[in-house]
Design a protein around this ligand. Structure first.
Ligand code: SF4
Length: 352
């Protein structure tokens, strides 16, 4: 589309980055009634229009005026992969040719979209394929929203039903792009997608001040913390972010989040063979769970080529589950999905 060509991107403002009030001023200055702003806003955020031509209840001449002044910069699906287990992984191309990923995970009567919040990532978690990419930029709210819209389309076409859940667990750290993440959640929950915030989970590697900010804003969605090791000594070896955000600081901010939202925290814990899967590791995790109202998701590691981590055996995993359950910790095991399609985060965007 002409409006998406690079020439126009440079000089035209992305209409999804301006407020409804600003759109209203433009409508008024163009001699259009004020209600046009509501119509445009609905087309953008409820009907997910990707061009002004689609806005059929606007006069054709005004659609041309809009197209001369503004752009819409939707993401597009660039590559799709279908796993035997039903998982669908999509690579999306952004207007500036950068690539991100989103995944649709059908499991246990849930249809979950996993979305990205940044192009690449700076945090360099030792086990993560995205950590091998350099961070290029944050996504804007529209680019996050579009991932949900496109994954919802695949869900409806393939499974004849809409998404049931959304997790911000794809490429990037959501709390390092907090404003766009919060705006995208507003749009997703208020829009035609009609998703309750209770069905949305933001997953962070642990940025204490970001978690406190969520608490202060009194958000309604759920929070997951990618813990993966329950002592500072071990955690810092695989997650450099722990240097400035140690476990005590995280516990404090998580308690603040819980007090503000009454939502229990989910601790994500990947079991790595011979690293964090022994009894003393479980005991350290149990101590954290005693402090923070929480659940634990034990995650099977999805091997990343070139990285020196292996998943724990099923026997060790089951033993670890028993340690937690015997201590009264609510625990779920999440087996790896999409093993046949490069499903570990960052693997597809990294592919030529
Ligand atoms: S796990 Fe998340 S925060 Fe860590 S490197 Fe990967 S994308 Fe970044």
């Amino acid at each position: 589309m002409l409006q998406n060509s690079s020439i126009f991107v440079v000089r035209m403002q992305d209409i999804r980055k301006i407020s409804k009030d600003e759109i209203a001023v433009f409508c008024e200055n163009s001699g259009e009634p004020k209600y046009r702003a509501r119509q445009i806003y609905e087309w953008l955020w409820e009907k997910s229009a990707v061009s002004f031509d689609e806005m059929s209840n606007l006069p054709a001449a005004f659609r041309s005026v809009l197209a001369e002044e503004y752009s819409i910069l939707p993401i597009t699906t660039d590559l799709e992969q279908f796993s035997d287990d039903g998982t669908i992984k999509l690579r999306f191309k952004l207007h500036d040719e950068k690539m991100i990923e989103g995944v649709l995970i059908p499991a246990d009567n849930r249809f979950t979209a996993c979305v990205s919040s940044q192009v690449g990532c700076t945090l360099q978690c030792a086990f993560c394929a995205t950590g091998l990419l350099k961070r290029e930029r944050n996504l804007d709210a529209g680019e996050i929203y579009d991932q949900v819209v496109l994954l919802n389309k695949y869900c409806t076409e393939k499974y004849s039903r809409p998404l049931t859940n959304i997790v911000y667990m794809g490429m990037g750290e959501p709390l390092l792009n907090i404003d766009s993440v919060l705006e995208s959640i507003d749009k997703i929950t208020l829009s035609g997608l009609g998703m309750s915030p209770k069905r949305i989970t933001v997953s962070t590697v642990g940025i204490a001040r970001g978690i406190s900010k969520l608490a202060e804003r009194n958000v309604k969605f759920n929070l997951a913390l990618s813990l993966h090791a329950a002592t500072d000594e071990k955690r810092v070896k695989i997650m450099p972010i722990n240097k400035g955000n140690n476990i005590d600081a995280l516990v404090e901010s998580l308690l603040q989040f819980y007090r503000a939202t009454a939502n229990k925290i989910t601790f994500e814990y990947i079991l790595f063979k011979d690293f964090n899967d022994q009894k003393e590791d479980a005991n350290a995790l149990i101590e954290i769970c005693k402090k923070v109202p929480s659940f634990v998701n034990l995650i099977e590691y999805n091997k990343v080529e070139g990285l020196n981590f292996e998943k724990s055996t099923p026997e060790i995993r089951q033993r670890f589950v028993s340690y937690l359950e015997n201590a009264g910790v609510t625990t779920k095991v999440r087996l790896s999905r999409g093993k046949d399609i490069n499903a570990a985060c960052g693997q597809l965007a990294n592919k030529n």
